[in-house]
Design a protein around this ligand. Sequence first.
Ligand code: CU
Length: 192
Amino acid sequence: MQYTNNMMRKVLDCESYDDMCQPYDFSDFETDHGNPHMWIGGHMAALPCAPVDPIFWSHHSFVDKLGEQLQARLPASQWRYPNNWNIPYQHRPGDRMRPFPYRNAEGLNDTLIGRKYAYETSPADVSCTADLQCSPTGLLWCDIPATATTGRCKAKCRPRGACRGDVHAMCYCRAGTGTPRCVAGTCQCINT
Ligand SMILES: [Cu+2]
């Protein structure tokens, strides 16, 4: 969202996590991510309350996805939180990420923070006739109206998310967490 090809190229051409953060006080990664906060304005333009705007989550998911794409290109040895004398206060590896119970460097460790996110790029052409055309990894589905033969690729919902009728294809379950089912308008993962 709001990213040009050049902005994405600047991230994906970085040679390490540290490289992406340089210079620490004003990196392109930070600036290019910050501009949509200001253009959108309102809550988005104020650090303490930006997350109350729903678009915050869409924007930051994309920023995270860019980082994940760079990580996939680099050897693991280049994806380390920097530790040197010129890192600003509150950004050092051992500083706390308030209000969360984590330190900055721990943010790069999916196991430690108990979160593992998956990202999928929308197909260039979102018209579809089958789920597999939308999503090789299963995060998207093909929504075909009852009165049509072609539909559009859309994101699935996670457990407790809303779904329609008994359209099980709208629901997503991580591997090993059960079979996705739409039950009375709510996505569930059912162990069979
Ligand atoms: Cu932000």
